[in-house]
Design a protein around this ligand. Sequence first.
Ligand code: FAD
Length: 341
Amino acid sequence: MIGHIAPLRTYLGRVGTRVQSRMVHHKVTIIGSGPAAHTAAIYLARAEMKPTLYEGMMANGVAAGGQLTTTTEIENFPGFPEALTGSELMERMRQQSARFGTNIVTETISKVDLSSKPFKLWVEFSEDADPVTTDAIILATGASAKRMSLPGEETYWQKGISACAVCDGAVPIFRNKPLAVIGGGDSACEEAEFLTKYGSKVYILVRKDHFRASVIMQRRIEKNSKIIILFNTVALEAKGNGKLLDVLRIKNTKTGVENDLEVNGLFYAIGHNPATEIVNGQVDKQETGYIKTVPGSSLTSVPGFFAAGDVQDSRYRQAVTSAGSGCIAALDAERYLSTQE
Ligand code: FAD
């Protein structure tokens, strides 16, 4: 939590290869630079597969290193009992990728052609140039939480406002404080229930007069005495003392009445946007845009094209689960490539 500009700069301090020669072929290409991408790179590099990893240049508005560069303390990644910042963790993963020989390219991939083998890739601003070709791709481009663009949101983002209860709920500023969750689906209900471990009470703001969530989830939160459900309610503005959030201006859409809700935490649970545009129409996706993978694997509908991390995981969305799926993708890609020789 708390400001992300400094760690972001720290991470961007070093830059990998920038200029590409033409007619380049990679055996295996990883697109992305979060925990999934770097874990895949570490495994493939150690297996002497000479992976190339395109880490992006502010791709989808996220710095190389991924979503963790937008936060400070990471307390739940195993192996770091003293906690470390998201940027430090990603810097360590990047160093580990590089140590085993990953070719890290600081470019964003803007176009992919999966229609024939080898696959073709183009980097941003060089779409007219010859494509890079590759025998296999691991897509690990992540996802970004949808935001509401409320007045005050920029000021209090990561200073009371978050889009991940599991990541941020335990931080001291939320302990025994009133909190609010926005959303009407299963995720909103799960986040609200999770936050009752920490907050004094948890409001859940639902725009409509009913939930989208499954009946079983609704029953669970209705039974939880720390949860207060506000139907027909929208948020209008996040307010505070300039440093931390302490009030949410809300409106009842039926009566038009506005109120100040005293809350020290606001959690968006209104969905995520997986970064899958570059493969639109070329590989099977879920309705929500996430890449479809064969359960328990990174295999997609296109042989040789694998997906890892948040880009294919609408449920868990954690650094450690992304890293795990990066490992799976590396092993799947290695196996695939060995059958192509
Ligand atoms: P991401 O981390 O999303 O990284 C994807 C990367 O790919 C990005 O850098 C992006 O720029 C790059 N990219 C995208 N498109 C392209 C392209 N076309 N070409 C090249 N590069 C591209 N999880 C935890 O476990 N613990 C926490 O404490 C925690 N805190 C969090 C706090 C915040 C504020 C947020 C937003 C998330 C947090 N998470 C936390 C969740 C965690 O960050 C994600 O689950 C994890 O980073 C997902 O990893 P990933 O490898 O799938 O992709």
